[in-house]
Ligand binder design. Structure first.
Ligand code: PAF
Length: 271
């Protein structure tokens, strides 16, 4: 495994590999890797000749009062995990943006609700960094987890709208044995908070299994199960357009974002 820190060197290396006919698979991450990330690497590995993983905690996608400063980091542990997954190139930039960086990539519509409503500017930060990473890595395929369901939809839309020559592959959400969706932020949960965090999954299952076609009935059943300090949203939406549904008569996905203390958690489930 080679580790590259400079964006320019990474791009030069990727161009060299591409011109040699290598198919490049890419898993962008913010580090503190867990089994969810490793499952994305496995998917990528099966699709490509050369696997690139980036680790960069992107300041642009954090709001002024969010957890950028305390976002968990474990560079040595992450490097060991990448090595064990057969990663070929680990991209570990200190900073990703050139001096005077002044371009924002912004997807409208899909970013208006859900996490876009509770985290203004978040998705502009995500699409800007992902577009820049795509420019550097020039991957044939890039893998994103369904845990960040809205993010995946937004990135697919960006790639479609900008005709970026990269295949976007969604990786299934991975859960811990107790059912909690894996997230780097789970590290902040003590035993009592973790027990309450499990109510996110129970809420989604309650909504999935509720017999009514009426979304409002399912939402109120779900709300009754949540044991959190604050709910950012609990919604049932169309899986592609992310528009809220009123009745369930076709594909639907339930999504939740909620706070336990000062930790924000998200989860989602196909209904
Ligand atoms: O999902 C993440 O970890 C981040 O949003 C991403 C895609 C690496 C961009 O910083």
């Amino acid at each position: 495994m080679q580790t590259i820190e400079s964006p320019e060197s990474l791009q030069a290396e990727m161009l060299r590999l591409r011109s040699g006919g290598q198919r490049i698979g890419f898993v962008p991450t913010m580090g503190f890797l867990h089994e969810g990330h490793l499952s994305l690497m496995r998917l990528a590995r099966a699709q490509c000749d050369h696997l690139v993983v980036s680790i960069y905690v992107n300041p642009l996608q954090f709001g002024p009062n969010e957890d950028l400063d305390r976002y968990p980091r474990d560079p040595e542990g992450d490097a060991a995990k990448c090595m064990s997954m057969g990663v070929d190139t680990l991209f570990l930039p200190e900073t990703l943006y050139a001096d005077g960086h002044s371009t924002t990539v912004s997807v409208s519509g899909l970013t208006a609700g859900l996490c876009g409503a509770s985290r203004p500017g978040h998705f502009d930060g995500v699409t800007t960094v992902v577009a820049r990473l795509f420019g550097l890595v020039q991957p044939h395929a890039a893998i994103f987890g369904e845990k960040d369901y809205q993010q995946l939809a937004v990135i697919r839309r960006m790639v479609r709208d900008l005709c970026l020559p990269v295949e976007i592959i969604g990786g299934e959400l991975v859960r811990d044995e107790d059912g909690l969706a894996l997230s780097s932020r789970n590290k902040f949960l003590d035993t009592e908070s973790r027990a309450r965090a499990l109510s996110l999954r129970r809420t989604l299952l309650t909504m999935r299994d509720h017999p009514s076609r009426e979304v409002s009935a399912r939402l109120s059943a779900g709300r009754g199960v949540l044991e959190v300090d604050k709910v950012d949203y609990l919604e049932i939406v169309h899986p592609d357009t992310l528009t809220p549904l009123h009745e369930i008569d076709g594909p639907a996905r339930a999504l939740v974002a909620a706070w336990i203390g000062n930790t924000r958690l998200i989860d989602n489930l196909e209904l």
